[in-house]
Design a protein around this ligand. Structure first.
Ligand code: AMP
Length: 431
């Protein structure tokens, strides 16, 4: 007899290419987000948020053909509207800025942390749902904001303890490439096609790249060769701007910024400087951060153009980076700090005192889990260990009377005798 499909157990696996975050996994994410949030807020940036549901048309005019044609999650809702789960944040940011362009105080310095969705082939560093931090400066024309954005990217990695030799900041300019393409008389469509080809260079076979490149050769030269020759005034002017940016970064301790003529970035909306941050470890050779200047995006919503620079980085690649370089703290478990055991659950007065003591510790910033079971004290300790809780103490009438506590430091298998009012400082000081 065929089995009844309705009674087959449901899969416990998540959908392909997305992740469940159990508390220990989410604790790592929160550590990363908290570190970034603190740093950006300290530098004057404000956090914003938007829904992951957007009108599909938002991405269709000017983002990335690769993303729009092959990677968006797009569906028609019950009211016949075409909806896309955001694959990136920049178009939403541009929409929000355009919507309040008369009220906002420019330059806007904003950041956002949230999930993005791309129908990609899942592989190391690439998933179908990932988290990104987007950082943008809107309202400053070409000049200082490029440096500001790159400095923030560098500071974020430094905040995790990364050193200059751990990563490289590759800098290029769309304006430079466009100047080279225009000098050869390439049409706008041909320029976009050439930029897309160069963007794919690293993913292509070298011979295939050379063959495709031939289609863009005019009078014996192709745009990349013109950039490298650095002879035409329009090209020299753009290269000089990049050289000045790289020199200014080096002067501020960012000697790991380099000119990278083949760096293009996949999005169509970039108009000036583009940059990426690369891990120097060959095992993790992926772009960690990507960004650039996009001066034409806000005006897609009408009104005068508002210049903008921004960058984004993903949680997957950043966590790989932090793990390969040993930059994640060891005990990010998401577990509470302290387990309070009850020596005698039938002693109502002792239990009552333990609850009051737990509340006092919580008020001082300790995350406390109270024993809820009728287990023996030894088994309560075992439970705390299984929960990866760092500290354990037993609290009953005796502790309430003596004012003295034996605090077990579980991951070091040792004990400290402390007065009841010294426990919170001991634990929070070690956090
Ligand atoms: P992009 O928005 O494509 O410029 O990518 C910016 C950063 O987001 C990359 O450097 C990655 O860190 C991350 N990222 C982009 N796509 C994915 C993905 N499918 N899975 C995980 N991370 C991604």
């Amino acid at each position: 007899m065929a089995s009844d499909p309705l009674s087959a157990p449901l899969s416990t696996e998540p959908y392909k290419g997305v992740r469940d975050f159990y508390p220990a996994d989410w604790a790592k994410m929160q550590y990363v987000f908290d570190t970034v949030r603190t740093l950006l807020r300290r530098n004057g940036y404000e956090e914003y948020q938007a829904s992951p549901l957007e009108r599909a048309e938002l991405y269709e005019s000017k983002t990335s053909e690769e993303i729009v044609n092959g990677q968006t999650y797009t569906f028609t809702d019950r009211g016949d509207r075409r909806v896309t789960l955001r694959p990136e944040m920049t178009p939403s940011l541009a929409r929000m800025v355009a919507n309040k362009r008369h009220e906002l105080v420019f330059p806007v310095r904003w950041f956002s942390i949230g999930n993005r969705f791309r129908y990609e082939r899942p592989q190391r560093g690439r998933l179908r749902e990932f988290y990104q931090v987007d950082v943008d400066i809107v309202g400053i024309a070409e000049g200082t904001a490029e440096g500001e954005a790159i400095i923030r990217a560098h500071q974020i990695l430094s905040a995790f303890g990364a050193k200059n030799e751990d990563f490289e900041i590759r800098v290029n300019s769309r304006a430079l490439m466009n100047a080279a393409c225009s000098a050869l008389g390439l049409s706008e469509d041909e320029q976009d096609a050439y930029i897309a080809l160069v963007d794919h260079k690293e993913k292509m076979d070298a011979d295939a790249f050379e063959a495709e490149r031939e289609a863009f050769r005019r009078n014996g030269a192709d745009p990349l060769e013109l950039v490298e020759a650095n002879e035409l005034p329009a090209i020299a002017e753009e290269r000089a701007k990049l050289d000045a940016l790289i020199a200014a970064l080096a002067e501020r301790g960012m000697g790991n910024a380099v000119f990278s003529p083949t760096l293009m970035r996949g999005f169509l909306y970039y108009t000036g400087t583009v940059f990426e941050v690369f891990d120097t470890n060959p095992e993790n050779s992926r772009a960690l951060f990507g960004g650039g200047r996009y001066d034409g995006l806000v005006s897609l919503f009408g009104g005068d153009p508002i210049p903008a620079v921004g960058f984004a980085f993903g949680d997957v690649t950043l966590l790989d980076f932090l793990e390969t370089h040993g930059l994640l703290p060891a005990h990010l478990t998401g577990a509470p700090d302290l387990f309070i055991g009850i020596p005698d659950v039938s002693d109502a007065e002792g239990v009552h005192a333990a609850y009051a003591y737990a509340d006092a510790l919580r008020a001082e910033g300790v995350n406390v889990l109270m024993n809820l079971s009728r287990k023996h004290l030894g088994d309560q300790v075992k439970e705390a260990v299984r929960r990866t809780i760092a500290y354990f103490l037993a609290y009953g009438t005796q502790e309430a009377q003596s004012g003295s506590i034996t605090l077990k430091i579980l991951n070091e298998s040792r004990e400290e005798t402390l007065s009841t009012d010294a426990v919170a400082a001991f634990i929070t000081g070690a956090k």
